[in-house]
Every structure is written in C-alpha cells, then in structure tokens.
Design a protein around this ligand. Structure first.
Ligand SMILES: C[S@@+](CC[C@H](N)C(=O)[O-])C[C@H]1O[C@@H](n2cnc3c(N)ncnc32)[C@H](O)[C@@H]1O
Length: 325
C-alpha cells in the first residue's frame, strides 16, 4: 500500500515556519541521537527534555508510527467509519492525523497527553493545521483520567510499553469501557511488546471483546508456545529532512509493529492472516498463515492461476481469503 502522508507534509510546513525552523538541522540531529539512545535504553518519551527532541520525534519517528497506525486503521470495516476518536498518549497527535488522513469526514478527536512539551507542540501544530475535524486537547495522565462520554474509536498508539506493568491493563480497561465500537492498540513489533500484546488480548477477550484483527480467531495465539511472535511491517518514504536528521542514506524505512483491533460487535472470522513475508519461488509462492486451525503453510502453485496471480500481489499482514481465491 502506498502510504499517503499529506498531513505529515503539511505539518512539516508548521515546523519550517515555527520558531527556529529547520535551519537548526545540526541541533535536530543531536536531539535525534538523544532519542535513539533513550529508546536503546528502553526508556520512554517522558525522558525527552527539550523542544528539539520533540521536533526530532515528530520529524524522524512519528512518520513510522503514523504509517503503522494508518495501516491498522485500514483493518476497520470500510462502511460506516468512526466519527469520534479518543487518541490516548497522543504525542504530537499521530493517531489523530492518521485517522483524518484516512477519513477526512472524522468529526471529532480528543487527544490525551501528559508530557508538557509534547502537549504544547501538539496544540500549536493542530492550531496551525486548522482542520475541519473538531479537536480537543487534554493534558492528563492516562492512569488517572476518566471520561464522561464514549467514542467510536479509541487508540492507544505506542504508549502501553511506556506504562508500568501494573498500569497497563488498568489503562486498557478504561480505554475499552470508553469505546462504543472499536479499540486499537499499536505497539513496536518486538518480542517484548508481543508479551504486552498477548496479556492485553487475553484481558480484552475476558471482558467480552471480539478480535477484529490481526487474529482470524478468538483462540489462544498459536505463536505463544513458539520462538516466533506476531508482528508486521510497513514501508514508508522518508522526507528529505527525515533523512537528514537520521543521517540516513535510504529514502525509505521499514517499521515493524504489532497491534490489536477489538470490536464491541461479534466478528465473523472467514479469513487467514499472512504472518510472514510470502516467499516467491519459481512456480510457487509460500505463505505462512494464522488460521482458525493454527499456523499453516500454504504453497500456491502457478498451476492454480487465479490464486497464484493473487498471491504475487498479496503481502505480509494482509488477509488471505479462501472464499474469493
Ligand atoms: C512513544 S509516544 C507515542 C506517541 C503517539 N501515540 C505516536 O504513536 O506517535 C508515547 C506517548 O505517550 C505519552 N504517555 C506516556 N505515558 C503517559 C501517561 N501516563 N499519560 C498520558 N500520556 C502518556 C508520552 O508522553 C508520549 O507522548
């Protein structure tokens, strides 16, 4: 899928015209190095201490979280898209931007963020963007906040891993209680985050939730007792400034992520999920699939013309449906 990034491009105009602008590229490179070191030490965003670090997050990290969240939003049913969004641990407003990029019809987004500098950046950015979606900003701690109304879609984007173990399910429960339709949780695609994903999945199923994606069933994850873990990948183009700040030679990067999309309504599971990059060999494509019956490897032969043609175009993370092969 080609990743649309119109709102990222527009947001970069804000950075370009705001205070020191991009003339300070050296400072942003240094800030990016600090962020990388913070992440290497498995510390969270609360360790960002300067406006340059927040800007560097926006330019060099947010496009990847935007891309994976956008990809996950594509798993929601096409008809009747959400009208109201609650973006928890919003950072610069990533899930909100991804949702508006996807559905320009989104009526309202409420963003909750505790980090002062990130919160202020977010407020100024959205004031600059002046979008038709109604935007509410709340500077608050997710572990303490309560809501008086519900939202069609609640997103926890790259935030659960920043909470204490004992806070994670409390925040998930609050998020689940406050959604009227869907809850999306996105995490980095590491084995560490897979453990959080599994704990959350079990918890939401116990609360009566229905897994919409990525799992094609409600049973125990068949990867749980293996060395593997459930994760996916999205490719995004780097802007020139993104490349400069990371001092990167490639004009793109691949973001590995994992996610859970839960629905309040029952879900009919008819498909299989492609859980690894399909392997294209001469005359056949090898697909590793998560199915109702567990993990299965299917070999799609060139002889089966329609399926083979489809397999060549289908990628890791997408669904593989027998019904329309
Ligand atoms: C890794 S960033 C992700 C930001 C954004 N959701 C994204 O996907 O790009 C995590 C965000 O969650 C915020 N956060 C962490 N703990 C929080 C808490 N207890 N309450 C509110 N926000 C929190 C951090 O300040 C940070 O902005």
């Amino acid at each position: 899928m080609l990743m649309p990034n119109n709102l990222i491009a527009k947001s970069l105009e804000y950075i370009n015209q705001s205070d020191q602008g991009l003339v300070e590229i050296k400072k942003l490179q240094q800030a990016q190095e600090v962020i990388s070191s913070i992440y290497r030490q498995q510390k969270g965003t609360s360790f960002l201490t300067t406006n340059e670090q927040v800007k560097a997050y926006f330019i060099a990290r947010m496009p990847a979280t935007f891309a994976s969240i956008y990809q996950c939003l594509s798993e929601l049913p096409f008809e009747n898209p959400p009208q109201t969004l609650l973006d928890l641990g919003a950072g610069p407003g990533t899930a909100t931007l991804a949702a508006i990029e996807k559905w320009s019809s989104l009526k309202e987004s409420t963003m909750v963020e505790s980090h002062k500098l990130m919160f202020e950046f977010n407020q100024k950015l959205f004031s600059f963007l002046n979008l038709s979606t109604s935007i509410n900003h709340l500077q608050a701690d997710l572990t303490k906040i309560t809501f008086r109304k519900s939202f069609d879609l609640v997103v926890l984007g790259y935030v659960l891993g920043e909470l204490q173990n004992e806070e994670q399910l409390k925040v998930v429960e609050n998020a689940w209680n406050v959604t009227s339709r869907f809850l999306l949780i996105v995490l980095p695609g590491t084995p560490f985050d897979y453990d959080i994903q599994m704990k959350t999945r079990d918890f939401l199923i116990s609360k009566g939730g229905f897994v919409l994606a990525p799992c094609p069933h409600q049973k125990e994850c068949p990867l749980k007792r293996t060395k593997d873990w459930c994760h996916f990948s999205v490719r995004l183009n780097r802007t020139k400034v993104h490349q400069k700040i990371k001092q990167a030679t490639l004009a793109y990067e691949d973001e590995k992520y994992s996610y859970l999309l839960f629905s309040k309504e029952p879900v009919e599971h008819l498909s299989k999920r492609i859980i690894k990059k399909p392997i294209q060999r001469a005359g056949h494509v090898i697909m590793d699939l998560c199915t109702l019956e567990g993990i299965k490897r299917e070999i799609i032969s060139r002889k089966d013309k329609a399926s083979y043609k489809k397999a060549l175009k289908t990628d890791w993370g997408e669904i593989w449906s027998d019904t329309d092969n």
